[in-house]
Design a binder for this molecule. Structure first.
Ligand code: HEM
Length: 448
């Protein structure tokens, strides 16, 4: 029996008019106030019909316990996107903006069963080898470098100048990228997420990651790339490229938004102005109320089935709204202070395998910024801030700030300065920093 209430009527002006009753999760209206959309979607029951981009239909799970049930039932719900019926039937345009994120790739995110276990184990074991003191040091170094680029101005876009850049630099260090490869990784990832010449950017990224794999096969280092390669999962070169590209993409974009959304919260809520532990608290509240990945976890029913009072067909696209599930009104009433039972990292076998390092990078990045710019504040009215459109990620377009200008830190203290990755491989930063890429410039700054 269908437990849904009768189909709700969209409020006047709601763009669900004209999309066959499906609610669009794209465009400026959705970006401006996604929570209004989630409230409306809840009228359908635990799941609702949505459109991710023009012509791309999906069912969205908005209720917390139904979301958990789906995420933990890997027998009924599969991750392999080659099951996506509408895509296979040609109903989704291959150049639709959501295809790059949803289409199948041979990595742990799109695999099931034994193959998933093998590929995921390689990721979890390699990420577990990241030394937290080294990670804190490299995050602080990158933070100081980025602040040295804008500190004397007394103003900065904390998104574009800081939150967006920092994860990319930290990842280059973690993955042991020498100067020239690191420059292309930064260029490729930024281009792919900015959507500017995305095809060219993806080509540059995959080329650079391929070279990194070849380099580490011949000269392994003390880095995630080499650990992944040495893992008993025995990944082929092709698998290595796919897994590394997944780690880069799945890591840097949500990290940028976790840092950005938490900074936004700290700068706009007086409640965090006093007392220790405020960053951790603001970060947890962000994960509950404004998670960096808002709607994702694409799954495909293995067979026609009944789920949460709704008929689902084999191979139809079902997503989980982490943002809606976390803010379910029933949950809000019972949420304990300090609880981390939110779904911002997802749950079940495909939950984020890197939440500890991700959390550490975000907290260190924010702590270091607030220590260096103690009076930083928003430079524009909060209402004028805009959020990037799109159904999957939740992130600001910019976060303009002002602060008392600071002298640029010339370079980090010697004890806080491990050999940068470029030097470990015996690869010199570019001799001409003015013509070098951003990673080369950082390596030059570090070793000046
Ligand atoms: C060090 C940074 C990070 C790395 C390397 C990383 C890596 C990954 C990988 C490899 C997966 C796929 C796991 C699988 O399918 O078995 C994943 C999933 C996920 N990650 Fe992370 N991640 C990072 C940071 C974050 C952050 C900051 C967030 C947001 C709070 C996040 C949220 C998620 C979510 C929600 C999923 C499930 C996505 C889905 O099923 O579609 N991750 N992550």
């Amino acid at each position: 029996m269908d437990a849904r209430p009768t189909t709700p009527v969209p409020p006047p002006g709601c763009p669900a008019h004209g999309t066959g009753g499906r609610v669009p999760l794209y465009g400026p209206e959705f970006a401006a106030d996604p929570q209004a959309y989630y409230s409306y979607l809840r009228h359908y029951g635990p799941t609702a019909p949505v459109e991710l981009a023009p012509g791309v239909e999906a069912t969205l799970v908005t209720e917390y316990s139904a979301a958990l049930q789906l995420l933990q039932d890997s027998a009924s719900f599969r991750k392999d996107a080659r099951r996506w019926r509408a895509f296979n039937e040609g109903k989704v345009a291959p150049d639709s903006p959501v295809v790059p994120l949803l289409a199948y790739r041979p990595n742990c995110m799109f695999s099931d069963g034994a193959e998933h276990l093998r590929l995921r184990q390689a990721v979890t074991d390699s990420m577990a080898r990241v030394d937290s003191r080294r990670l804190a040091r490299s995050t602080e170094q990158v933070s100081s470098y980025l602040i040295s680029q804008f500190g004397s101005r007394g103003s900065a876009d904390l998104l574009g100048d800081y939150a967006k850049q920092l994860p990319l630099f930290v990842f280059n260090e973690l993955f042991g990228c020498p100067a020239d490869i690191g420059d292309r990784v930064l260029f490729g990832i930024s281009g792919m997420f900015d959507g500017v010449n995305a095809e060219k950017a993806a080509e540059v990224l995959f080329g650079a990651v391929g070279e990194l794999v070849a380099l580490k096969r011949s000269r392994p280092g003390d880095d995630v790339t080499s650990w992944l390669m040495q893992h008993h999962a025995k990944q082929t070169d092709e698998e290595m490229v796919q897994q590394l590209s997944l780690l880069l993409a799945a890591g840097t974009e949500p990290l940028r938004n976790l840092i950005g959304n938490t900074l936004h919260r700290l700068l706009t809520h007086d409640a965090y102005a006093h007392g220790g532990g405020l960053i951790d608290e603001a970060l947890d509240d962000t994960l509950w109320e404004n998670p960096p990945m808002s709607n994702l976890a694409p799954h495909y029913p293995a067979a026609d089935m009944e789920f949460a009072g709704q008929r689902l067909q084999a191979g139809e696209l079902v997503l989980v709204s982490f943002a809606a599930a976390n803010t379910s009104p029933v949950l809000a009433a019972t949420r304990q202070t300090g609880s981390r039972a939110h779904l911002a990292w997802s749950a079940g076998p495909h939950a984020c395998p890197s939440k500890e390092p991700a959390r550490q990078i975000a907290v260190t990045a924010i702590e270091s910024l607030l220590n260096q710019l103690p009076d930083v504040e928003l430079a524009v009215p909060e209402e004028s801030l805009t959020w990037r459109p799109g159904p999957f990620n939740r992130g600001l377009a910019a976060l303009p700030s002002r602060f008392t200008p600071v002298e640029p830190v010339r370079r980090p203290a010697p004890q806080a300065r491990p050999e940068p990755a470029g030097r470990q491989q015996g690869t010199q930063p570019s001799a001409k920093p003015e013509r070098a890429g951003r990673w080369s410039q950082f390596l030059n700054w570090l070793t000046r």
